[in-house]
Design a protein around this ligand. Structure first.
Ligand code: BG6
Length: 465
């Protein structure tokens, strides 16, 4: 039998986001964000046409939910403030009901011994700003920094862990390259500008936070997809893998942690004449000087890459012009989400951070397994027996543990997610929670087997096999 014990004060918990849990118009005075807008305009983009108005109702039920979090062993929990709830038009007046709501959430978490980790942006651009271009518009960067400053002022006395963005690259990929977020475009020039403005907005929010001398830390949450070449001894495959890494990981990781941009990417953008106009000397310096205090790592799947084989030139320039994907023979899959499960990827990320990013203090801010049709695993007592999820967590934690033994500065492990929640275009297709939510019974919560197991894990600060 082997025991895996984690460092003292390890963060055990889960992550969620405001738009996916709170409820769309349930709060007095909430403004519209791009999800509310898109669903009304084109509901066909959403699985079973279920939109952001059908969430798990955290807005009404947060007190019960926090009690359940405590019951399953959380000492930390991340959610996001909805910009469109706090400042309904994106700029201007603050909504007093939102201030009351977020104050209550923060205070309830703290009163239950759960440290709130607050993220400022989880894919949820206020629609009035999107109408003016969203992240394409440099004025959105100013609006975001003002919103961030408002949050620090209102809640910074109690919130000690802030995050500027969750997975900023997903807004780029979804909105401007691969069409799964509004505005659903395919436009590499827009993708680059949007990404740059997010990076700049993050750096400027960090600058603001540090200038305010708050007693806390600020970071960013990135989804890292370690890139593996088909054949590491083949220079073309290796080059393809380095470029995929530059596009999808280092594009945000390098500026966030080091204040620099990957040279391979800069060269490609220069060649394509796609260096954004906002990349002025002044902005480059802001990004260089305002790096994160800590890093959240979301890890779901690796990226398997080979040298470009297909010859079809794309109409628009795309990252995929520089590599092709390949399928690892015998790979392990989450068949429901279509994502490869490769547990060692989490270790590779942590060791990469140790070796190439000055061992930045970090934590696993999301890891998880979405399962379709989980109902069928319900036992006679109505409890979902999700042994696959327990195995999934253990398999990843063994590698996190190994990385710690080898010097990684990882500080915690958060699962996606606590309660089953609504997820963007996938709505409720895949359930990720430690706690099930029955939408037909007023969102009734039932702790799954994995939730009970997580409590034991957190109490013991580890597990044995
Ligand atoms: C993460 C996001 O990438 O993955 C979450 O931060 C999202 O917002 C989660 O819900 C799961 O992805 P999906 O698409 O399977 O729901």
């Amino acid at each position: 039998m082997q025991t895996y014990t984690f460092p003292d004060h390890f963060w055990w918990g889960s992550a969620a986001s405001g738009p996916q849990t709170e409820g769309r118009f349930d709060g007095d005075g909430k403004g519209e964000n791009i999800w509310d807008y898109w669903y009304q305009k084109e509901p066909e983009h959403f699985f079973n046409r279920v939109g952001p108005d059908k969430t798990s109702q955290f807005y009404k039920m947060f007190k019960d939910d926090v009690r359940l979090m405590k019951e399953i062993g959380h000492n930390t929990f991340r959610t996001s403030i909805q910009w469109s709830r706090l400042i309904p038009n994106g700029t201007g007046a603050v909504n007093p009901d939102a201030v009351r709501f977020y104050n209550e959430v923060i205070d309830t978490l703290i009163a239950n011994g759960i440290e709130p980790f607050i993220n400022l942006y989880h894919f949820d651009m206020p629609y009035p700003l999107q109408e003016k271009g969203g992240w394409l518009d440099p004025a959105t960067v100013d609006a975001y920094v003002a919103y961030a400053a408002t949050c620090f002022e209102l809640f910074g006395d109690r919130v000690k862990k802030w995050f500027t963005f969750n997975e900023p690259i997903v807004c780029v990929e979804g909105g401007y390259l691969y069409q799964f977020h509004y505005p659903n475009e395919v436009n590499m020039a827009h993708a680059v500008t949007v990404g740059y403005h997010e990076i700049l907005a993050s750096a400027r929010a960090i600058q603001k936070y540090h200038a305010g001398n708050y007693d806390g830390e600020i970071g960013i949450i990135l989804n890292l997809t370690p890139s593996y070449p088909r054949d590491a001894s083949n220079p073309d495959d290796k080059k393809a893998s380095v470029l995929a890494d530059a596009f999808f990981n280092r594009s945000f990781l390098d500026p966030a942690v080091k204040g620099t941009f990957p040279i391979e990417l800069v060269e490609i953008l220069k060649e394509l004449d796609l260096v954004p106009e906002s990349a002025t000397e002044e902005n480059v310096a802001i990004i260089a000087e305002n790096t994160v205090d800590l890093l959240g790592v979301n890890y779901y799947q690796p990226r398997r890459v080979k040298a470009k084989e297909s010859e079809e030139g794309s109409v628009h320039p795309m990252p995929d012009d520089y590599f092709d994907y390949y399928i690892l023979p015998g790979r392990k899959m989450n068949p429901y989400r279509g994502w490869e499960i490769y547990e060692k990827g989490i270790y590779d990320i942590l060791i990469n951070l140790r070796d190439n990013y000055d061992n930045i203090r970090c934590f696993i801010s999301e890891n998880g397994m979405g399962v379709e049709g989980e109902e069928r695993f319900k036992n006679a007592d109505g409890v979902i027996e999700d042994d696959y999820r327990i195995a999934f967590v253990k398999d990843h934690l063994r590698y996190v543990h190994q990385a710690i033994q080898e010097g990684s500065a990882v500080q915690g492990y958060h699962m996606w997610t606590c309660m089953d929640n609504w997820s963007w275009t996938n709505a409720y297709k895949n359930r990720y929670g430690f706690i099930s939510v029955d939408l037909d019974q007023d969102g009734k919560r039932t702790i799954k087997k994995s939730g009970r197991w997580f409590k034991q894990l957190a109490d013991a600060n580890g597990f044995s096999d």
